[in-house]
Design a protein around this ligand. Sequence first.
Ligand SMILES: NC(=O)c1ccc[n+]([C@@H]2O[C@H](COP(=O)([O-])OP(=O)(O)OC[C@H]3O[C@@H](n4cnc5c(N)ncnc54)[C@H](O)[C@@H]3O)[C@@H](O)[C@H]2O)c1
Length: 363
Amino acid sequence: MSHHVQREIRYNFEYENRIRACFIGAGGHAYRNVYPALRYAPVELTGICDLDIGRAGKFAKLFGAERAYSDHREMLEREKPDLVFLVTSYHPDGRVQATDLAMEALAAGGHVWMEKPTAASLAEIEELQAASAKAGRMVMTGLKKTFFPTIEKLRDLIGSPGFGQLTSINVRYPQSLPPLAERGDLVRMQSFLDHIYHPAAILNYLGGRIERVSYEWEGRTGATVTNLKFRSGAIGTLHFAAGQSGGSMFERVEIIGEGANAVVENGSKLTYFRRADLPSYGRAASFIQPEDNAALVFEPEHSLGQLYNNNLFYLGYVGEILHLTDAILAGEPITKGTLEVAAEIMKLFEFYKHTDSGVLTTL
Ligand SMILES: NC(=O)c1ccc[n+]([C@@H]2O[C@H](COP(=O)([O-])OP(=O)(O)OC[C@H]3O[C@@H](n4cnc5c(N)ncnc54)[C@H](O)[C@@H]3O)[C@@H](O)[C@H]2O)c1
């Protein structure tokens, strides 16, 4: 199965069957990245809800929803949506607002598309799994990194004849982990919870389930380096590079196979170093490899007003919505952003929350 989907995108109004949807949250991320992505999805927005009714009204006008609400219960009851988008924030105690809202949306009969984080604990994910099963409705978390065309292409390389199996992986991502004594406080852990979903989603998507972990922690910035062993036998590192420059490219992912490797830098540039022999050591005068073994580079052009060079696409925002709407329309289950994947991410979160550096732990 190919993970990188080369599809022709249809515009919202071109779909004959559009899913009746409501949206809870009229905040910054939703404005920049989620409502605009709906222009390319089979979704008919009937209601938008925000605690700030003024924002809900302005968003409704701008993004074409019929009605604005400040009470999500009233909206769910009146609109009876088949799909509910949740892009909200945190409770004062650091719990995730969307976890509770997802439970209510399921109870009202809707499928749920929600931003990460799905929840602030593994126990809450398990409650969502039970509620989803009971309602017969899906809950998808928008794990956008698993919809980057570059990361999907890495997934396709793994197991391919040229690349072989994944043997090791490293992911670098800037994130600080507070001192152990503070990690019981979800407010202190909010940034870590908010961000761990991104690199952990990549690790799960490319490497599968993690078997065991241990990490080292640096006290000035809260940086960590984690050793990982996957159930597949592959190994890896997760480097939370707190302390890197705010002007730096953000993240880097490298996968190593059996005589080949591939790197994604800056989210949108993929270099695939195909199988090749080292030129004869100490004797070769040229580094030029035969074309059949030369590296392949994938990078978007930035001249044309295309979809693929727009961040709604290369950062996966449209793909993560189409994955759920495709599944709903086809009556099939989702395979990405599932609650099972969210549970794996939360196991890793809880490991960092409870475990001191240097301690080898089976997840
Ligand atoms: N994947 C990404 O690239 C990415 C990037 C940024 C943020 N996010 C996620 O998006 C979410 C939102 O982040 P943000 O920075 O836009 O937050 P925000 O605070 O700007 O927006 C949240 C909005 O939700 C509303 N809200 C909360 N509870 C509500 C309720 N019960 N009913 C109606 N409205 C309610 C608030 O009034 C607010 O307008 C977070 O989960 C964050 O992790 C994801």
